[in-house]
Design a protein around this ligand. Structure first.
Ligand SMILES: NC(=O)c1ccc[n+]([C@@H]2O[C@H](COP(=O)([O-])OP(=O)(O)OC[C@H]3O[C@@H](n4cnc5c(N)ncnc54)[C@H](OP(=O)(O)O)[C@@H]3O)[C@@H](O)[C@H]2O)c1
Length: 187
């Protein structure tokens, strides 16, 4: 069965983005190249990803995908976007818009991933939905030396140390990369 991995950058105080969905604080952190090299290795093990609609719309805008659909960054990955709305499709990309519960999505997601892993891109509530459904195996966070007053939360659920085990710690530039395995609620 594929493993489900939440991999993201975060501020030191647990935000994915500021209140305006800006990542300007992230792109100025020294060491992006070191962090990026680890991330390309991670992507090789991924065949399916899941993101929420805010994240998808951020990529659409940030990469100007309406004008440059070839800039969609996840060509060999089946991409699931969770949304209750009708959002623009990117020509040539395998992007599947779905709504509803993780349990309903799981069969299709599992088939799409095949013998590789599933990347949860975010946001935090979406990852919480997977945790509640028992489909979250690993959390990999790149912690940036940044704090924000408020913003979009990393993972707005209560998971305590009986469920999270620190597996590794690595420095990449000014990022601290932490990997936690996640135990399901019953086991
Ligand atoms: N720091 C990083 O590396 C990093 C990583 C990932 C994301 N981000 C940023 O963090 C922010 C995250 O935004 P966010 O917290 O709003 O989360 P999000 O998960 O990107 O979007 C949330 C939206 O997705 C839709 N959705 C979620 N679950 C659904 C379900 N089960 N069924 C149907 N629709 C569902 C809902 O909108 P609708 O139904 O209205 O469409 C919901 O409001 C974005 O700005 C993103 O760019 C940063």
């Amino acid at each position: 069965m594929p493993r489900v991995i939440y991999n993201t950058a975060t501020t030191l105080n647990g935000f994915l983005a500021d209140d305006q969905d800006s990542l300007s604080w992230l792109f100025v952190v020294p060491g992006a190249d070191e962090a990026e090299s680890g991330f390309s290795g991670f992507l090789k093990g991924i065949r399916a990803l899941v993101m929420g609609s805010t994240t998808y719309e951020w990529i659409l805008e940030h990469e100007s995908l309406a004008e440059h659909p070839d800039k969609w960054p996840y060509d060999d990955i089946v991409s699931f976007v969770l949304t209750s709305r009708s959002l623009p499709q990117i020509p040539g990309a395998d992007i599947r818009f779905r709504r509803g519960g993780v349990v309903d999505l799981w069969g299709e997601l599992n088939d799409a991933a095949g013998d590789r892993d599933i990347w949860l891109v975010g946001g935090g509530d979406l990852v919480g939905q997977f945790a509640e459904a028992g489909h979250l195996d690993e959390i990999r966070v790149s912690v940036a030396p940044v704090t924000l007053v408020s913003g979009k939360p990393l993972l707005p659920r209560r998971l305590e140390s009986d469920r999270l085990t620190l597996e590794s710690v690595r420095q990449a530039g000014q990022f601290a990369e932490l990997v936690y395995s996640v135990r399901s609620a019953g086991g």
